[in-house]
Design a protein around this ligand. Structure first.
Ligand code: ADP
Ligand code: MG
Length: 232
């Protein structure tokens, strides 16, 4: 059974008198443990799709099944649990809270995930250690480089041990070398922790290097799905 299955997903945004058809009937299936990349030009609907998969937005029509259950059928507390503990999200702009230190940003996610207060600092520190940031735990985001901020954001995204990581252009603000480090970390999370990772990128080379499954979108539709054969 796929971990995520999307059927005929449609998303329309109405802004005033105009209607934007952001997703025009998308279907695809992601197996557990897959690394997938979603590529396509700006405006083709990549972020819309990722936000719907993350339970942050709702489709106009169509279904998202998580482990065989429709997200749209989730009651509000089940949906909140889904967002807190089944999926972790990473964004191009990191979205760290600027007034909190690295470990406090992660502790906040742990608090949302109902981890007891006295365990949060230790767990946050361990996660930062896994990201190679053991000497940055008490730094504010302004005291960190872009790559370090993204590593804190990745640590935060896995704080509540989600099965799936959704990454929206995670290297969009980073230089080539730092981007490579972020990709390596994401691959490590796939290989060592078995995370299913869906990464949006407009860089075809990153997509090809990173993913087992490459989904190409255009104007709200999937125009190609390419599966890389395992190396033998
Ligand atoms: P991508 O991530 O591929 O650049 P998006 O998913 O952000 O594309 O956007 C797809 C289309 O939907 C674009 O035309 C965009 O302007 C539109 N769009 C996205 N979010 C909204 C919104 N909240 N309200 C209205 N239109 C939106
Ligand atoms: Mg986008």
């Amino acid at each position: 059974m796929p971990i995520l299955e999307i059927t005929n997903l449609v998303k329309d945004y109405s802004t005033g008198s105009t209607m934007v058809h952001a997703l025009r009937g998308i279907s695809c299936s992601i197996s557990e443990g897959t690394t997938a990349s979603i590529v396509g030009k700006s405006g083709c609907g990549k972020s819309t799709l990722l936000n719907i998969l993350g339970g942050l937005d709702q489709p106009t029509k169509g279904l998202v099944n998580y482990k065989g259950q429709a997200i749209s059928s989730f009651k509000s507390n089940r949906l909140a649990d889904y967002r807190k503990t089944e999926v972790g999200m990473i964004f191009q702009s990191f979205n760290l809270i600027p007034t909190l230190t690295a470990w406090e940003n992660i502790a906040m996610a742990l608090a949302i995930g109902d981890i007891p207060r006295k365990r949060r600092k230790q767990r946050a520190t361990e996660l930062l250690g896994y990201m190679g940031l053991e000497d940055r735990t008490s730094h504010l985001p302004t005291e960190l480089s872009g790559g370090e901020c993204q590593r804190v954001a990745i640590a935060r995204s896995i704080a509540n041990n989600p099965k799936v990581i959704l990454a929206d252009e995670p290297t969009g603000n980073l230089d080539t070398e730092t981007s490579g480090q972020i990709m390596t970390l994401l691959r490590k999370l796939n290989k060592e922790e078995g995370k299913t990772i869906i990464m949006v990128t407009h860089d075809l080379e990153y997509a090809n290097n990173f993913a087992d499954l490459i989904i190409t979108m255009k104007d709200g539709q999937i125009i190609e799905t390419k599966e890389k054969l395992p190396k033998s």
